[in-house]
Ligand binder design. Sequence first.
Ligand SMILES: Cc1cc2nc3c(=O)[nH]c(=O)nc-3n(C[C@H](O)[C@H](O)[C@H](O)COP(=O)(O)OP(=O)(O)OC[C@H]3O[C@@H](n4cnc5c(N)ncnc54)[C@H](O)[C@@H]3O)c2cc1C
Length: 90
Amino acid sequence: MATARTDAASPPVRTPVLIVGGGPVGLALAGELGWRGVACTLVERGDGGITQPKMDFVGARTMEFCRRWGIVPWVMPPATTAPTRRTVPG
Ligand SMILES: Cc1cc2nc3c(=O)[nH]c(=O)nc-3n(C[C@H](O)[C@H](O)[C@H](O)COP(=O)(O)OP(=O)(O)OC[C@H]3O[C@@H](n4cnc5c(N)ncnc54)[C@H](O)[C@@H]3O)c2cc1C
């Protein structure tokens, strides 16, 4: 059991699992724990805004997880709209 505080004014929150960082690893861990029925609390220091995307391609193994979590429709559209084959004339 861990104790987290969202800010100095808020009361502490007791949680079985505390995940620090809402990047892909933290979010994946939170999703996986939730999927397995394990409560957790995720804290992220940022506000969710990004200046540069850090993911253009989704690896096959990552897609296996996305498929199991049922989030493929959220992940696939950008990939399916991109051309998969370029035809060279001549
Ligand atoms: C330009 C670029 C392009 C990339 N393209 C791809 C790609 O196409 N495909 C791919 O698979 N990978 C890509 N990567 C790699 C991928 O982005 C990283 O592997 C991935 O972001 C790592 O995830 P992470 O959760 O470990 O760390 P991060 O993404 O760095 O997330 C860590 C999070 O923790 C938060 N944090 C840190 N310290 C604290 C703290 N003390 N308290 C609270 N929160 C905290 C940070 O704010 C951040 O949100 C790319 C990376 C870059 C830089």
